[in-house]
Design a protein around this ligand. Structure first.
Ligand SMILES: Nc1nc2c(ncn2[C@@H]2O[C@H](COP(=O)(O)OP(=O)(O)OP(=O)(O)O)[C@@H](O)[C@H]2O)c(=O)[nH]1
Length: 988
């Protein structure tokens, strides 16, 4: 029978002693009723309480006093020496030494003192001669006493995670030792003593940095003596090779060699016929180790993060394989025979160069863990591969029964500041010498360019207007798989404005499409002399590399801080509010680390050199055209271009371009999919492909917009352009166009336009006039307004929730046009009210910091998205002051200034301390809306913090910050509130 008891918090005082004793007596009585003797007992006490051992523990065999912060053992432990105690657990306490009372427990067969603060173990350990299992891991031991060799019954010894630098000679005298954990110590060579342990079956030596041969660590040839070894772990030991005699370890079943510097296995390795698992990840193998192919019993093979480029056809000999990890190598093709590994359940291939999967891949039907991300997949297409083996099987089956076709098509996105020459360049490229005159204020445009008529190669060119007012809609047109052309006017470029002309765009693209390919084109070459061109191109080149190095370094440093935090115990991190990543659990830290890794591995691919052209005299235009074509030819970079499309995909495309509507709903699209023979689940892949190749817009990352398919690109873009050109005369022209208007009407319209450009306000009847060519019915107008709201471009300011307006004029606000400041919100945030007095309430403030770039248009879109959650809003250019119910909320944005290096968006509220959760409740939906918008920026780096309310109250210029990961952003509002109180109010 097992009994667990919890000592009360004030265990020291009499009444509580009595209470404890009573509890114990009751438990004992119960146990006596159930069975005559108690065998296992776990005792737990609170932080400040003292642990008291009940009397009469003679029958207890297992005593667990772990997790109690004990510095000394409770009185009466000695008395158990005469009893039946065999197992004593003292793990996760605060012992500096093994208490002398423990040494008197001569019958102990098992002692666990892991996770304490032991700095030495005395010779008295020899008194515990019956010990079979001794666990001393996670302490600070530097040596082991000689008497350890006297523990002749010892079968398991765990001294991992200490600081042991040498072992006593007597260790070799442990005749029964089966398992030895020596990992993560300071042993710098393989200890000779281990060679003489006749019964050792499991040895973990990982994390000891061995010094040895020239290139790194090595094992002695004499290791062959360890004939009983079944499990050997040698991860992160600095090994560069294995000794030739290694093959004599014939009992080996499991071998961990990851994180070393090995590039080959010794001859004869194939003799290890009992080997079932081998981990060779994070080494330097360039060739697949042939010897592995002889290991017919192998079930698990890990060979991730090496430099393999080929997997041999003979891999099928390893027919018992259940797990195969080949990720993050340089593999370009998989052998056809891989499909014969019929028992495979885990297949990890991500981060390679695989473009085509072998036919019959669907045969690997048992694979349930499947990772293929970050490969330039063409066949089957990426979207299909990502969905798993059954989808691959279905795709391959379909392909086998239809006539596939290649439709070489690539999305080309032109970006650059205003007047950099994007449009003229587009005309030069697409129309040659007969370039048509360019219309001013044309906005964003999309056109098709048949770049290679022979091959039918088409570029779908998106010309993104340079004017900043279009920033809010530009991100909708950036997608993976496109080729980005950054256009720079070389005449007006000066070094000092590098960031505005180039750096900003690189940050912009990489935040939205990490790993994108960017080609930089300098225009206006005819207006510069050769020297100027050379100097400016060099400068651009140079500054790009500085920016890239600086960004990589920042990411690297941040990843290191995460690494350091991960090396610490969670307990340590959670005990000090000033520690980096205070309270953030390991899982969240690992997620953060993976994100940094992703950002570091997915940098932009910037093509050099800068290509200089003149659109005036057409010099170098041909060269640029050839360059774009040759870049597009790279299969591994632009798989879309070479993709073989199944018949159903082609049909889907054709069907999508018939309807006249502005967009199709997901269901409309699904119906067309069915006509084409595509079931709903496979439609998504086809739509993603059409989006990436530029044919239509389909926002699968956006929870609301993914319900729509925007197949009518020109019409959609025309509509969007209307609202973002900021030119009063153009707007007026649209309003009056064919109408003959009198003076009064004209001045009214003028007034509306002014109001729009100043405050972003428009009534729906004026919107209707602006959109005249695009709408026929009132319903059309409603649909467009709904769409604009869903895209986060505007919201209706006077529409009551869920009620129609009953004929009243609806007014729409476009937040990107707001120009005024809202001073009182700023004052509120700084801990004072309008009159400058300090607030008597606690402030809750969450800050999002963006060290590289704040996503263009994000503030305005966020401003729209939160409209449903707030009332009584007052909007400023960078601030929104509002209420959620009766609780005030403030959203505020400040750009990087002076020493403050990041752009910061904050969301705040306040409440009195007992009601602090109401503030939390008020901002949670806003935080969730922001998080949803940030999902659209996979390459963006930002951090989230909660500011210390005490610092805010004091008006501290640098308030202490707590990591946002500490606070659940879900519906656990009360929990969030309480945690907030703990962290921000009580601790700091
Ligand atoms: N001399 C010379 N003029 C050029 C060249 N390229 C563009 N221009 C002129 O630069 C001006 C701006 O060109 P656009 O193509 O409209 O610039 P843009 O980048 O499309 O401008 P936005 O659409 O406002 O962002 C026009 O007057 C062009 O004639 C060039 O290579 N040489």
């Amino acid at each position: 029978m097992v009994v667990s008891m919890m000592a009360s918090k004030d265990g020291g005082n009499n009444s509580c002693d009595l209470k404890t004793a009573r509890l114990w007596r009751d438990a004992a009585l119960r146990s006596r009723k159930l069975r005559s003797s108690l065998r296992q007992l776990t005792l737990t006490c609170g932080e400040q309480s003292k642990l008291i051992l009940p009397e009469d523990l003679g029958d207890v065999e297992v005593l667990n006093l772990g997790n109690n912060s004990l510095e000394e053992v409770p009185d009466g432990l000695r008395s158990l020496a005469a009893g039946n105690l065999h197992v004593l657990i003292l793990r996760r306490n605060k012992f500096l030494n093994v208490p002398s009372a423990v040494y008197e427990l001569g019958r102990l067969t098992e002692l666990d003192m892991s996770h304490n603060r032991l700095t030495c173990l005395t010779e008295a350990v020899g008194l515990l001669s019956q010990l079979k299992k001794l666990c001393l891991s996670h302490n600070q031991l530097q040596t082991l006493p000689r008497m350890i060799g006297g523990l002749l019954n010892l079968e398991e010894l765990d001294v991992s995670f200490n600081r042991i630098s040498h072992l006593p000679d007597t260790m070799q005298g442990l005749p029964r030792l089966r398992t030895l954990d020596l990992d993560h110590n300071d042993l710098c060579s393989f200890p000779q003593q281990l060679l003489h342990l006749p019964t050792l079956e499991e040895l973990d030596f990982s994390g000891n940095k061995m010094l040895g041969c020239n290139c790194g660590g090595s094992l002695p040839e004499a290791i062959k003596a360890m004939k009983s070894l079944k499990v050997l772990w040698l991860s992160s030991t600095g090994l560069c090779s294995l000794p030739d005699s290694f093959y004599e370890l014939v009992s080996l079943e499991s071998l961990m060699l990851d994180n070393n510097s090995m590039s080959s296995l010794p001859a004869g390795f194939g003799s290890l016929q009992k080997l079932r698992m081998i981990n060779l990840s994070s080494n330097s193998f360039q060739d697949f180790p042939e010897a592995l192919l002889q290991l017919h019993e192998l079930e698990e093979l890990y060979i991730s993060r090496n430099k393999l480029s080929v997997v041999p056809e003979e891999i099928s000999r390893l027919f018992r394989l259940v797990t195969l990890w080949l990720d993050n190598n340089r593999i370009r093709y998989l052998p056809d025979s891989i499909v014969d590994l019929g028992l495979l359940e885990e297949l990890v291939l991500q981060g390679n160069q695989i473009a085509i999967l072998p036919d019959n891949f669907g045969k690997l039907s048992k694979v349930n863990i499947w990772k293929i991300k970050d490969n330039p997949l063409i066949q089957p297409p990426y979207e299909v591969c990502m969905k798993g083996i059954p989808y691959i099987a279905a795709y391959q089956k379909e392909l086998a029964h239809s006539q596939p076709a290649v439709k070489p098509r690539l999305k080309l996105v032109l970006m650059g500041v205003r007047d950099s020459g994007k449009t003229v360049l587009r005309h030069c490229l697409t129309e040659g010498q007969q370039a048509t005159p360019i219309m001013a204020n044309k906005g964003i445009e999309v056109t098709n360019w048949t770049a290679d008529a022979e091959r039918g190669l088409t570029f779908i060119v998106y010309d993104l207007a340079g004017d900043l007012s279009y920033d809010i809609i530009k991100p909708f047109f950036l997608s993976p798989g496109a080729l980005y052309v950054l256009v720079v006017n070389l005449k007006s470029y000066i070094s000092k404005h590098f960031y505005m002309y180039v750096g900003y765009f690189l940050h912009f693209i990489s935040a939205k499409v990490p790993h994108a390919v960017v080609c930089i084109v300098g225009t206006h070459a005819d207006l510069c002399d050769e020297k100027e061109i050379e100097e400016k191109c060099l400068d651009i080149h140079h500054q790009i590399s500085i920016q890239e190095k600086r960004d990589s370094k920042t990411l690297h440093n941040m990843a290191e801080v995460v690494d350091e935090a991960l090396c610490q115990d969670y307990d340590m991190r959670a005990s000090n509010p000033h520690a980096a990543f205070y309270g953030v659990n390991d899982k969240n830290l690992r997620r953060k680390k993976a994100h940094f890794q992703y950002l570091m591995n997915n940098r932009l691919q910037i093509l050099s050199p800068v290509l200089c052209v003149s659109c005036h005299n057409y010099s170098n235009i041909r060269r640029l055209r050839d360059k774009l074509l040759s870049v597009a030819e790279h299969r591994e970079i632009f798989p879309n271009l070479h993709r073989v499309l199944p018949k159903s995909w082609q049909m889907l495309e054709e069907l999508h371009f018939k309807p006249q509507e502005l967009w199709l709903t997901w269901w409309d699209s699904a119906r067309l999919g069915l006509q084409a023979g595509l079931t709903e689940d496979r439609l998504q892949s086809a739509l993603s492909y059409l989006h990436e190749s530029g044919k239509l817009l389909y926002f699968e990352d956006n929870a609301t917009l993914k319900e729509y398919v925007f197949h009518n690109l020109t019409k959609l873009i025309d509509i969007l352009n209307v609202f973002f050109q900021r030119d009063a005369s153009v707007l007026l022209q649209k309003l009056v166009s064919d109408n003959k208007v009198d003076e009064l009407r004209s001045s009214q319209l003028h007034h509306y336009v002014e109001g729009f450009l100043l405050h972003g306000l428009l009534p729906n009847h004026i919107i209707k006039l602006l959109l005249k060519p695009h709408i026929k019915t009132h319903h059309d107008l409603q649909l467009i307004l709904e769409l604009l709201e869903k895209m986060g471009l505007c919201y209706c300011i006077n529409k009551p929730k869920s009620k129609p307006l009953n004929g009243a004029t609806a007014w729409y606000k476009f937040p990107c046009y707001v120009k005024n400041e809202v001073p009182h919100a700023e004052a509120w945030i700084n801990g004072t009210n309008v009159s400058g007095q300090s607030l008597a309430v606690e402030q809750l403030q969450i800050e999002y910091s963006f060290p590289f770039i704040f996503p263009p248009g994000l503030f305005a879109r966020f401003s729209v998205q939160i409209n449903n959650h707030i009332v009584q809003r007052s909007d400023g250019k960078f601030q929104i002051f509002a209420y959620r119910g009766k609780v005030p909320v403030v959203v505020s944005f400040r750009t990087a200034t002076g020493s403050l290096r990041s752009d910061v968006l904050s969301i705040s509220s306040h409440a009195s301390l007992p009601n602090i959760w109401t503030a939390w409740q008020a901002i949670t939906p806003l935080v969730e809306e922001l998080n949803a918008l940030l999902q659209e920026w996979p390459g963006l780096h930002y951090t989230v913090h909660v500011l210390c309310s005490k610092c805010l109250k004091r008006g501290s210029p640098n308030p202490h910050t707590f990591p946002g990961a500490l606070f659940p952003m879900t519906s656990h509002l009360t929990l969030g509130g309480l945690k907030f109180r703990d962290a921000c109010v009580a601790l700091c």
